[in-house]
Design a protein around this ligand. Structure first.
Ligand SMILES: *Cc1c(COP(=O)(O)O)cnc(C)c1O
Length: 368
């Protein structure tokens, strides 16, 4: 049996008539930047997240950058960000002219905690970027109250956590702003690059909107200098169709994850993902930890099962950060994770039969 990691063509086939209609309506309208589909997306996504403002932009990385700019972060400032994440969350800090300060993460939940952040605060620290990695939210209660006490801005990177929550609080709604990517393989994905920032602060939303559109809210309005990061009308039209399915698709991921939990629990050599109290984990990735990671990956590949590694290197150990001269002892958890994590196929297009096959193959790896 073949089990691809994801298959977006299957997802497209399921909703093809609706998507094709939405796209051809954009073509027929002759408007390709902004317009009604973008407004509709901003309104509907904000409603879904139970928040006041949503600003549609070009991609998730821009969303993080725009947030830092709008919060006034720049030269001389430090921003604390996880050592274990996708590089967007550190490169945007440098791009804004500030200094990325890495913090290690919690072994069980793959996210930074109040303690990790606290150990990195200096007189120059201005903000913290929290990443809700793999689909589970970090402990926002303790992190938010630390940031309030220390007078730090707080940005949530929700690129892997669309509609994830803890105690009913949706990712992206308990900080200054939440940033989303709609890269095609995310839980909610466009047919190209797209992103957004959500916030309850009207002024912050307006600043981000201006920065993303040459400093203006309309044409020939240049109150400040900005740059260009707008969501294409076509991407908004596609996302408007997909928004109707996001809850079902998240539910299917959770079902697939449940099958893994049931069928892999008995294998002692595997560490399965742990769930926080009262969370809705939306399983953007189902990440296990194993000693013989590379051997298992190779074995599964030979049986037709595609797995991925998120991520092969913790950020401080990427060549881009050689200049910070970090050692493996600086981030012991991240250093361990880069050698042991393995992401199993969990996306909604993967059938239960395929998941059970993956489980069976993992068992046979340990029986051999
Ligand atoms: C995907 C992703 C991003 C970047 O989003 P783009 O839309 O590709 O720019 C940022 N942070 C995390 C954690 C991501 O997974």
């Amino acid at each position: 049996m073949n089990v691809p990691f994801t298959d977006l063509a299957i997802q497209y086939k399921m909703i093809k008539p609706e998507i094709d209609k939405a796209i051809s309506e954009v073509f027929d309208s002759g408007y390709f930047i902004g317009g009604k589909p973008v407004k509709e997306f901003e309104h509907d996504f904000a409603t879904l997240c139970k928040i006041k403002n949503c600003v549609a932009i070009g991609n998730g990385t821009d969303g993080l950058f725009l947030s830092l700019k709008a919060l006034g972060i720049g030269s001389g400032d430090e921003v604390i960000t996880p050592a274990w994440s996708w590089i967007s969350t550190s490169e945007v800090i440098t791009l804004a002219g500030a200094k990325p300060v890495f913090a290690d993460v919690d072994l069980d939940y793959f996210t930074i905690t109040e303690e990790h952040i606290k150990s990195k605060i200096t007189s120059r620290t201005k903000a913290v970027i929290v990443v809700h990695l793999y689909g589970q939210v970090a402990d926002m209660n303790s992190i938010k109250s630390l940031c309030d006490r220390a007078n730090l801005f707080l940005i949530e990177d929700c690129s892997q956590a669309h509609l994830s929550s803890q105690s009913g609080l949706i990712a992206g709604t308990t900080s200054d702003c939440g940033v989303f990517s709609f890269y095609p393989t995310k839980n909610l994905g466009a047919f190209g690059d797209a992103g957004c920032v959500i916030t309850n602060q009207d002024l912050l939303a307006e600043k981000i909107r201006r920065f993303a559109n040459h400093g203006g809210l309309s044409k020939d309005d240049h109150l400040i200098e900005g740059f260009n990061s707008r969501m294409d009308t076509i991407q908004a039209a596609i996302l408007n169709v997909k928004l109707k399915y996001i809850k079902d698709w998240n539910a299917k991921r959770i079902e697939n994850a449940q099958l893994y939990f049931e069928n892999l629990a008995a294998i002692e050599s595997l560490s399965l993902p742990k769930l926080r109290n009262k969370v809705v984990h939306t399983f953007h990735q189902f990440v296990i930890r194993v000693e013989q990671r590379d051997e298992l990956k190779f074995f599964l590949e030979s049986k037709g099962v595609q797995t991925l590694i998120h991520y092969p290197n913790a950020l401080p150990y990427e060549p881009a950060y050689n200049y910070l001269s970090h050692s493996l002892n600086d981030f012991p958890v991240s250093a361990l994770l880069q050698n042991t994590v393995l992401s199993l196929p969990v996306s909604p297009e993967i059938s239960q039969e395929q998941i059970l096959y993956v489980c069976h193959m993992i068992k046979s790896f340990y029986d051999e």
